[in-house]
Design a protein around this ligand. Structure first.
Ligand code: ARG
Length: 457
């Protein structure tokens, strides 16, 4: 490729540290797409002849077929996917292959290929997240009336509906999709034609190549074009936050599936057994999803550190962009698939969920609210009166709703029978009708709105 001024070939170590073909072969589809767009544009601008264009496009078709069929030979001496394609093109069509690289450098080529790859990754992750949201919606619809403990500090706090809890994850996924969409919109400017760094003296049409590759426009600064990797960082940052959300759900499932909780049963499809303990049903997929955030966030750090302090424009450091992005994409894709599958199959156990929802005087706030609303007590006083009633129930070893009216009145004489309409988990949940609150009517409306946003039904 640059043999003109070199007398000796590279040392084996030089070749080993320099080569990216082992991993950047994943860019072959994007590389061919970029080359086709560039080739057509060169002919349209009369920079190469129509005959050369046709020969090049024919050769690229053959290379595509070879790559698709898995009978393309990779050679570590040819550093990267770009050189592989060009070298094979020369074998197939002869010297005309050399015209494809007119007005192009591997610097703008790799930036273009990688942007296309990340854009495809975003689209596929978005589709997976939509499927995950659909699985959450199906479970939420089935559990509109199922009561579970709502936690703060992992202490039973107030009863909520299971549908409401699941829809919290739907919201996280909605924001994740928004972050990926933002990254995609900012990414969508085409670096092709920036050349090595400074542009080119050939009369190329960058708007045409940008349009052919479904970019909104060409990038406006050639120096920035070849050195910018923000799009990969933004993708990894959105991926990290998404993975972090999945890890929270995964953690809950690990806890909820454990024997002391017994809130859920994982399906056979998403459990593993133990080689020693025949009774075990382990939540490995959830545990691994919980762990994946480590490598995905690690990828963001790795690429940030590669890019930190790099002078303009392209430096070979940029080649190190790819492995973290590939690994993070594979990990995230697997984690979303696992959580979608687990969610589709998951069996919730309404009885223990309900029993724990009622534990620990979880409707004490409802009692305090009633004292404020029905008797006009200041909330601080109501809190105090409620505390005394909780103490009474605790001493008796019963729930608040199991106390008699007389017992309640022994703490505050104005309390009436009406208080019992607020106690008990069903009454508590039904009363929380403020916007975003847990009442089944609210959550049913949230689910309906979510389905409309997703174009379901
Ligand atoms: N394999 C290189 C990469 O992935 C391609 C660009 C090489 N450019 C260069 N001037 N050496 O970044």
């Amino acid at each position: 490729m640059w043999g003109g001024r070199f007398a000796a070939g590279p040392d084996a170590v030089m070749q080993a540290i320099n080569a990216s073909i082992d991993f950047d072969q994943r860019l072959w589809r994007e590389d061919l797409a970029g080359s086709r767009a560039h080739c057509r544009m060169l002919a349209d601008q009369a920079i190469i002849s129509a005959a050369d264009r046709d020969a090049i496009l024919g050769g690229l078709d053959q290379i595509e077929a070879e790559l698709e069929a898995g009978d393309f030979t990779f050679d570590p001496a040819l550093e990267d996917i770009h050189m592989h394609v060009e070298a094979r093109l020369r074998e197939i069509i002869g010297p005309a292959a050399g015209r494809l690289h007119t007005a192009r450098s591997r610097n703008d080529q790799v930036a273009t290929d990688f942007k296309l790859w990340v854009r495809n990754a975003i689209d596929s992750i978005d589709g997976q997240l939509a499927a995950f949201q659909t699985a959450l919606l199906a479970q939420a619809e089935a559990h509109l009336e199922t009561i579970m403990p709502g936690f703060t500090h992992l202490q039973t706090a107030q009863p909520v509906t299971l549908a409401h809890h699941l829809m919290a994850y739907w919201e996280m996924a909605r924001r994740d999709r928004g972050r990926f969409a933002d990254a995609r919109a900012r990414l969508n400017e085409c670096p092709l034609g920036a050349g090595a760094l400074a542009g080119t003296s050939f009369a190329i049409d960058r708007a045409a190549t940008a349009a052919a590759l479904d970019f909104d426009k060409p990038t406006d600064n050639s120096l920035d074009s070849v050195s910018d990797r923000d799009f990969a960082l933004e993708f990894l940052s959105a991926a990290s936050i998404c993975a972090l959300h999945l890890s929270r759900l995964a953690e809950e499932l690990v806890i909820f599936a454990s024997q002391p909780f017994g809130f859920v049963t994982l399906s056979d499809r998403f459990s593993t057994g133990s080689s020693m303990m025949p009774q075990k049903r382990n939540p490995d997929a959830a545990e691994l999803t919980r762990a994946k955030v480590g490598r995905i966030l690690g990828a963001f750090q790795a690429l940030s550190i590669v890019m930190k302090g790099l002078p303009l424009t392209y430096s070979k450091d940029c080649q190190e962009e790819k492995e973290p992005v590939f690994d993070a994409t594979d990990s995230l894709s697997l984690a979303i698939a696992a959580m979608s599958g687990i969610m589709e199959d998951l069996k919730f156990r309404p009885e223990p969920l309900r029993a724990h929802a009622a534990a620990g005087f979880s409707t004490a706030t409802d009692l305090a609210d009633w004292l404020v609303q029905a008797l006009g007590l200041p909330f601080r006083d109501a809190h105090h009166v409620t505390g005394a009633i909780v103490k009474l129930a605790e001493d008796k070893g019963c729930g608040l709703e199991d106390l008699s009216l007389a017992e309640m009145q022994s703490v505050h004489s104005d309390i009436t029978q009406d208080v019992f309409t607020r106690l008990g988990v069903d009454n508590s949940v039904a009363s929380r009708t403020s916007h975003g609150g847990t009442s089944p009517t609210n959550v049913a409306a949230q689910i309906k709105a979510a389905k409309a946003v997703m174009g379901l039904e």
